[in-house]
Design a protein around this ligand. Structure first.
Ligand code: NAP
Length: 262
């Protein structure tokens, strides 16, 4: 069986940059996302540049069929997942009552259900092998409630809570779970979340390559929670010491507000 790193959401952004980190270490990869032509192009590029074996699978992880397709692919290709990166995710910005419940359903399935199913399935195999690394991508949005980004923030709070709890449960098994909480990062995320007029991204962004490098290093070291960037760590610290209540919500609502709001 070939040992691989399985990365979801690897067709662009942070996931693609994380895939490059594995390829540079010559670790075989299974790249998953919906855009098949993009995946095939990246596979060809990475195999040519780094000589790494790259498998790819087009799957929609906002459906339960997507996760089943990954299991089937791994089984039939005799692969063994020793690194799992749950990176695929999206947000949806705006007033909770005005945004679409259908989209929220897809977000819950992708950001929470698929991530949990993949973690459960492959962590079990890793524990049997006595080795493995799991990196779950959350967000600084998961560090406090986020008015106007409420569902997304809640999904990422779940990812942080789950991953930190598993880090303790899996102690002494040879398997580690690490949660990566990036702040605003230059990817397709902002456009897909309909955030062009959000103040958040005007205050500066990190590059996806920088975020991936820091996350990869944290995962390899078996760290618990990695927040890339000094500013994000400072905000995270203040969020952790500000008691839950109206002050915390007012600060968060200010940060999550729109530019040029009349
Ligand atoms: N960028 C930020 O500011 C930021 C900040 C904090 C946290 N994050 C988190 O970082 C992670 C990566 O996001 P990113 O910034 O790199 O955004 P991105 O550029 O939009 O990339 C998202 C990736 O996920 C894949 N994806 C989306 N929906 C999918 C689905 N239903 N099934 C399978 N794959 C799907 C996309 O590929 P396809 O479209 O080909 O499926 C793409 O490869 C996400 O979990 C996000 O929440 C981002």
């Amino acid at each position: 069986m070939k040992e691989i790193a399985l990365i979801t959401g690897a067709s662009g952004g942070i996931g693609y940059q994380l895939a490059l980190m594995f390829a540079q270490k010559n670790i075989p990869l299974l790249l998953v996302a919906r855009n098949e032509s993009q995946l095939l192009q990246l596979k060809a590029e990475m195999e040519k540049t780094y000589g790494t074996t790259v498998y790819c699978l087009a799957a929609d992880l906002s459906t339960s069929d997507g996760v089943a397709a990954i299991h089937e692919y791994v089984r039939t290709n005799y692969l063994r997942v020793t690194y799992l990166v749950n990176n695929a995710g999206f947000g949806d910005y705006g007033s909770f009552v005005e945004r679409s419940m259908e989209k929220y359903g897809e977000m819950l399935q992708l950001n929470i259900v698929s991530l949990t199913e993949l973690t459960h399935h492959y962590a079990r195999g890793m524990v049997q092998m006595g080795k493995g690394r799991i990196l779950n991508v959350a967000s600084t949005a998961g560090l406090q409630p986020d008015p106007y980004f409420a569902v997304y923030g809640a999904t990422k709070a779940y990812v942080i809570s789950l991953t930190e709890a598993l880090h303790k449960e899996l102690e002494n098994t040879g398997v580690t779970t690490t949660v990566l909480s990036p702040g605003p990062t230059q990817t397709e995320f902002m456009a897909r979340a309909d955030m062009a007029d959000a103040k958040l991204y005007a205050a500066g962004v990190m590059t996806a390559a920088e975020v991936a490098r820091i996350g990869f290093r944290g995962m390899m070291a078996g760290n618990l929670h990695v927040i890339p960037g000094f500013k994000n760590r400072v905000l995270g610290f203040f969020s952790s010491i500000t008691p839950s209540g109206s002050l915390r919500l007012a600060i968060s609502a200010g940060i999550m507000g729109r530019k040029n709001k009349k």
